[in-house]
Design a protein around this ligand. Structure first.
Ligand code: FES
Length: 119
């Protein structure tokens, strides 16, 4: 059975309650989804100019917590962030970061906390 992960999303400077109604800043996503798909599926707008092909950085998010519940950053993603001068270990391209099960199956904190840019 695939693990479900809770994603807490905050938009810089804006309350998502104001943007979308109550409680939309907590979403559930199943492992195997990208962060971008999880956000878009629940109606949270995140730019994705290149359509999820690791060719822009418009889908970038800041991972405040739960980075271990995401696939490791691969070379193409790192190179793209470096090229755009926005590389930091906690910044991920939402289209490249896959939600995954924790390595330690005893872990009960299946929560990712994201900060996304203003829309
Ligand atoms: S949508 Fe362009 S890099 Fe993610």
């Amino acid at each position: 059975m695939k693990a479900q992960v809770e994603i807490i999303v905050e938009r810089e400077g804006v309350s998502l309650e104001e943007e979308k109604g109550s409680d939309v800043n907590r979403i559930l996503a199943v492992e195997g989804y990208t962060l971008l798909d999880a956000l878009l599926d629940t109606g949270i707008a995140l730019p994705h100019e290149c359509g999820g092909n690791c060719a822009c950085t418009t889908c970038r998010v800041f991972v405040e917590a739960g980075a271990e519940l995401l696939s490791p950053m691969e070379e193409a993603e790192r190179d793209r962030l470096i090229l755009e001068n926005v590389y930091q270990p906690r910044i991920r391209l939402a289209c490249q970061a896959l939600i995954r099960s924790p390595n330690n199956s005893l872990s009960s904190d299946l929560r990712i906390k994201l900060l996304i840019p203003p829309s």
